[in-house]
Write a protein of this length. Structure first.
Length: 489
């Protein structure tokens, strides 16, 4: 549901008792963490229990499984996830009682008030760039507050209320949330049409990023990657508006440039050139060109905030990733399993490039779960074409989320556009059949990668379990064979 943003946004400590509808989600759980750290009374509900709810309970939140009207009886403010329906009993009750109802964007703005906000926006790479900047600043001793759409591997958390004056926030454009914030610094990774279910047209989507420029406070700055046409256009516009702008990328037009990119296994190495001056080399522990560009943007923001290259470099090099971004889930029977959040054609392309570097001499076996009916209708063919970079592809059915199904818009649409021979591509409609379909294709030395923004993330552990059973069965067979030979002697 879409909740209007009030004209006057109160700071968090004036919201009273706060109840989150959909508290287990990546966005709301982070805001709840920050409020709890500030001593604000927090309660919330979600459709199912999770380790996120368990962690929030440990911090002092009262978390319910399921939604019921009586769960908001003592609340002063309701904060609602976009995934919540209009007829949710807690929303209905809050409206009848005249409670203050806020969307996620307004709630995040309420906890950011009084800080120097650095908002990270873009079609792809927001979570990783926000995370990279956060860890880099932590290594500078800054202790920033942060709110991220994923969990840092280092801390296992998606949010923190820091003691410093900087607040690093992932700024989501999908529902226009980033137009609520007033950042001191804005990072834009790229601008490529997405979320057209909300924006309607590509032109409207690009116009929203132009409006985002106008949200930057006086004396603030923009960092954007000019390797991307959409972000490059934004750089040109920002400079005409007199905004202090740092262009980053491999492009000769970049102020802060990455040169000599090298990828080996899970390591990405590059040299940083600042307006013709060599700053030094950075060796990331995450694979892929897209992650190099994310790190370069984070570096540009850190330098603009006044921190040293050497300290920022240490932070970037210590970064081990965020959950669901090329996350290593384990290894069994000689097969490595990774999981990633990629759900847009360009994200699929970037993660498959990274997977290819990680796989070495092995093959790349992919399970892809399309996310949202509208996105699959618009980009399904392009998704399929990008999946052709893998060796074996299993396409799952669409993760419907907040939309209703449409005839003809399913995983088969994506699978039909994968440019591989038919025996190397399959559409598996049943979620429960997917792990076995992957294990059937995987062999020692291969890399299995699960891709998508839905519950495909749960496939990896089941694949590992099945691979383990296969390995155990093979070991038993070998032992039995040896015993037979011994008796024959």
């Amino acid at each position: 549901m879409k909740v209007p943003v009030p004209e006057v946004l109160l700071p968090a400590d004036e919201l009273g008792k706060v109840h989150f509808v959909g508290i287990g989600g990546a966005g709301l759980s982070g805001i709840a963490r920050i409020m709890l750290a500030r001593g604000i009374a927090v309660s919330g509900s979600d459709a199912k229990d999770s380790r996120t709810l368990e962690a929030l309970r440990a911090l002092g939140a009262r978390c319910h499984v399921g939604h019921a009207a009586d769960q908001v009886q003592d609340a002063d403010t309701l904060i609602v996830s976009t995934a919540v329906r209009e007829d949710n009993p807690e929303v209905v009750e809050a409206r009848e009682r005249g409670l203050r109802i806020l969307p996620r964007s307004a709630a995040l703005e309420s906890v950011m008030q009084g800080r120097r906000v650095v908002a990270v926006a873009g079609t792809h790479g927001k979570t990783t760039t926000t995370s990279l900047l956060t860890v880099a600043l932590q290594h500078c001793g800054a202790d920033p507050s942060f709110a991220i759409g994923g969990e840092l591997n280092e801390s296992g958390s998606n949010a923190h209320d820091g003691s410093g004056d900087v607040f690093v926030a992932e700024a989501d454009e999908s529902d226009g949330a980033f137009l609520v914030y007033s950042p001191f610094g804005a990072l834009v990774t790229n601008v490529e049409a997405d979320h057209l279910d909300n924006w309607g047209t590509e032109e409207a989507y690009h116009a929203a990023f132009s409006e985002f420029l106008d949200r930057i406070v006086e004396g603030g700055f923009l960092v954007a990657c000019v390797d991307d046409d959409g972000a490059a256009a934004l750089v040109a516009e920002a400079r005409t508006k007199g905004i202090d702008t740092v262009a980053v990328g491999e492009s000769p037009d970049a102020d802060l440039r990455a040169e000599g990119l090298s990828f080996r296994g899970s390591t990405s190495t590059f040299t940083v050139i600042d307006r013709g001056r060599r700053l030094g080399e950075v060796a990331l522990q995450i694979p892929g060109r897209h992650y190099v560009l994310d790190a370069l943007a984070a570096l540009g923001a850190g330098l603009r905030l006044g921190f040293s290259f050497s300290d920022l470099k240490r932070g970037l090099e210590s970064f081990t990733g965020t959950r669901r971004r090329m996350e290593h889930k384990g290894e069994a029977a000689g097969v490595r399993v990774y999981d990633s959040y990629a759900h847009h054609p360009n994200e699929i392309r970037g993660d498959l490039q990274a997977a290819r570097a990680l796989a070495g001499d092995g093959r790349v076996v992919v399970a892809f779960q399309p996310h949202l009916v509208s996105r699959t209708r618009i980009f399904g063919a392009a998704m399929g074409r990008e999946l052709g970079a893998a060796d074996e592809v299993v396409v799952m059915d669409v993760y419907v989320a907040r939309e209703d199904p449409e005839p003809g818009v399913d995983g088969a649409l994506v699978a039909s556009h994968v440019p591989l021979r038919p025996e190397h591509v399959s559409f598996v409609r049943s979620w429960s059949a997917t792990p076995a379909a992957l294990v059937e294709r995987a062999r020692p030395g291969d890399l299995v990668l699960t891709l998508g923004a839905g519950d495909v993330t749960l496939v990896g552990p089941e694949v590992l379990e099945l691979l383990g059973e296969r390995e155990e069965s093979a070991d038993t067979g070998r032992e039995t064979g040896l015993e037979t030979d011994a008796h024959a002697d």
